[in-house]
Ligand binder design. Structure first.
Ligand code: NAD
Ligand code: UFG
Length: 329
């Protein structure tokens, strides 16, 4: 019997994918240090606590059932923090991934699905970004993702390692059953922060930059439901059987400005959400909106929860419950 190894499976996106795979009868092993993950998200599969930077942790993860594919979510994720502390990002996101790839080669694991990011593109040259757009990352975080993508191309050439590089746009929303959702500590992402403001946990939401070359001066992003992202990973695992390496954008193709997100959250929650205009956040791209034509045609991906209000509503259902919970790990 073969299993799938999920690095970072105690985090936001990895835990949703772990749950979906188990629901489909796939055996999973989660490797996570819990540095930013949550023990209460670990309800499915076998758990190995360990850090990818520690080769012995990787050996423990590969010691159980034979692993036939890896889903690699583990990384640090805050764009702003990466600008202030690049060392942290290159160690954890690049050097740790090198350990993982070497362990995969040693254990003859044929393929990996990588959590890449829309931020690899930098400033867009066209309205809808497709995968042929040049990679000009604007932050150490984004560069760490672009570097791993290049490493994957090299490992494919040298060792035949197949890889599906999934460039997520802005993940948001929560598990439709309400068992999982977005919980980053500290939280830096717009939608959860806006909802924390609606809950009265924060006095206001800061708008980072109001002088961007966009219709209302604030940054535009393509928000994608975490459940739709999870579906793409299920398809990507099958795609690995081709033995190739390829990048796929995962977004809805709809851009929403920061102000539009705040307005939509006011509508969904019925609450007051005070805003304060603030300076630009270093490393931010003005607009990131996906063409996901390749994922639709080649993976057969069909995102089902595309509109911003339903994404925010599912996040709101989660945050109302999660922010009230007395014990959180
Ligand atoms: P998250 O912080 O919730 O989850 C990351 C998980 O990885 C955590 O459980 C953490 O404990 C674990 N981890 C980190 N470093 C580790 C290490 N060295 N060894 C073992 N475990 C480690 O993040 P997320 O939002 O679920 O993001 C998952 C992936 O998706 C990341 O690679 C991120 O860069 C990528 N991504 C996220 C978004 C988004 O909008 N959240 C967008 C694009 C790409
Ligand atoms: N923003 C604010 N105020 C806040 C937080 C965010 O105005 O308090 C703005 C940001 O400046 C940005 C937009 O809201 O313009 C979205 O910011 P997020 O932090 O929610 O998301 P990012 O676009 O920075 O990054 C996220 C993930 C990255 C991923 C990227 C892909 O964190 O991992 O999406 O687009 F690479």
């Amino acid at each position: 019997m073969c299993a799938v190894l999920i690095t970072g499976g105690a985090g936001y996106i990895g835990s949703h994918v772990n749950k979906m795979l188990n629901a489909r009868g796939v055996e999973t092993v989660v490797l996570d240090s819990l540095v930013t993950g949550h023990a209460d998200f670990l309800r499915w599969g076998r758990f190995v606590k360990g850090d990818l930077r520690d080769p012995s942790a990787l050996e423990r993860a590969f010691a159980g059932p034979r692993i036939h594919a890896v889903l690699h979510f583990a990384s640090f994720i805050a764009v702003g923090e990466s600008v202030a502390d690049p060392n942290k990002y290159y160690h954890n996101n690049v050097a740790a991934t090198l350990n993982l790839l070497d362990a995969m080669v040693r254990h003859e694991v044929p393929g990996l699905v990588f959590s890449s990011s829309a931020s690899v593109y930098g400033e867009p040259e066209q309205e809808l970004l497709d995968e042929a757009h040049p990679m000009r990352p604007l932050s150490p975080y984004a560069r760490s993702k672009a570097m791993v993508e290049q490493m994957l191309a090299d490992y494919h050439r040298a060792h035949g390692l197949a890889s599906c590089r999934l460039r997520y746009f802005n993940a948001a929303g929560a598990d439709p059953d309400g068992e999982l959702g977005e919980r980053h500590e500290p939280e830096t992402h717009l939608i959860p922060l806006v909802l924390h403001t609606a809950l009265g946990l924060r006095s206001h939401i800061s708008i980072f930059g109001t002088d961007y070359p966009t219709p209302d001066g604030t940054c535009v992003r393509d928000y994608i439901h975490v459940h739709d992202l999870a579906q793409a990973h299920v398809l990507a695992l099958d795609w690995l059987d081709r033995g190739e390496t390829r990048a796929f954008n995962l977004g809805n193709g709809n851009g929403h400005s920061v102000r539009e997100v705040v307005d939509a959250a006011r509508e969904v929650t019925g609450r007051d959400i005070p805003v304060q205009e603030a300076a630009r956040r270093p490393g931010d791209s003005p607009v990131l909106v996906a063409s996901s034509k390749r994922a639709r045609t080649e993976l057969g991906w069909r995102p089902a929860h595309g509109d911003l209000e339903s994404i925010i509503r599912s996040a709101w259902d989660w945050h109302r419950k999660d922010c009230r919970a007395p014990v959180r790990s």
